[in-house]
Design a binder for this molecule. Structure first.
Ligand SMILES: [Zn+2]
Length: 282
């Protein structure tokens, strides 16, 4: 699943579309098989001739802002990706295209391809409405913010609802740190040498400080690597990320820890895999 760094890299490449006039936003024929798109083409007719003013990232969401005041909330889900295409015949080869944004007076279009269909592409009447939408309103601090707000991170962890929970579960909670998912959670805990099963309550202030720094370093490094390509992620030019090449624990169950030689362990937290070294991470 694309996490904050993959969405951030996607955003940076999509920014070339800012300031461009929209010819049309088309829901594809395939998209009409799914309820979340079915019969909704009319909602997007108002975007013709509008200008795409800006795209913002909020956690793992992208918010597309247009000069007609309407806004689109977009989430890549499990396998969604944007493809910037400069030739119309390319579009025919994209099997799971759900949405095509056609740019006026050019051959360029942006195609939302979502094989597993967990993504979102929803219109909101204006920016304030999308800010009030609960998954956006409740987002915690942005894990990619620089400098990383360590004190806010420590304060968010200390909320009573978190104290008895394992840190490996709490880090997936987007209301604490937005943008972390499974991969970077495991990698950050490894870097901070903290066992994912530790309760938040048991973590000393120094440990949460080290963890905050580790999260920031890992997420920044991942953006610089254009994200991780485990299965499907590609940036809008079709390029794979390379962060998977430096993963220390994610996806490495049974392999040996590069630091101490102990086998990496896989456990399940919040129905998601967590990978760690039982010797390095205490
Ligand atoms: Zn180790």
């Amino acid at each position: 699943m694309p996490e904050g760094p993959e969405v951030e890299y996607t955003l940076r490449t999509l920014k070339e579309l800012e300031g461009k006039k929209i010819k049309s936003i088309d829901l594809t024929e395939i998209s009409q098989k799914y309820n979340k798109y079915k019969g909704r083409q009319d909602e997007f007719t108002g975007f013709s001739k509008s200008i795409l003013s800006k795209i913002e990232r909020h956690g793992k969401f992208l918010i597309w802002i247009f000069n007609n005041n309407e806004v689109i909330l977009n989430h890549l889900g499990m396998s969604g990706k944007w493809i910037i295409s400069s030739k119309s015949e390319d579009n025919l080869e994209i099997k799971h295209a759900k949405v095509i944004i056609v740019i006026e007076d050019s051959q360029t279009s942006a195609i939302f391809d979502d094989a597993r269909n967990f993504g979102q592409f929803r219109k909101f009447g204006n920016y304030e409405m999308v800010m009030r939408y609960s998954p956006i309103r409740r987002l915690g601090l942005d894990g990619l913010k620089l400098p990383f707000p360590i004190l806010d991170f420590q304060k968010a962890l200390k909320q009573s609802k978190n104290l008895k929970k394992a840190i490996g579960r709490v880090l997936l909670d987007q209301t604490i740190v937005a943008g972390i998912g499974n991969i970077y959670k495991s990698e950050s805990l490894f870097r901070a040498k903290i066992n994912p099963l530790r309760t938040v309550k048991s973590l000393k202030s120094k440990e949460t400080e080290v963890l905050g720094k580790a999260i920031s370093e890992i997420l920044q490094k991942a953006v610089q690597s254009m994200g991780s390509t485990i299965h499907t992620y590609r940036n809008p030019y079709g390029e794979e990320g390379s962060a998977q090449k430096w993963h220390e624990v994610y996806g490495k169950a049974g392999k040996l820890c590069k630091v101490c030689g102990t086998e990496i362990t896989r456990i399940v937290q919040e129905k998601r895999s967590t990978f760690y070294c039982g010797k390095c991470q205490l």
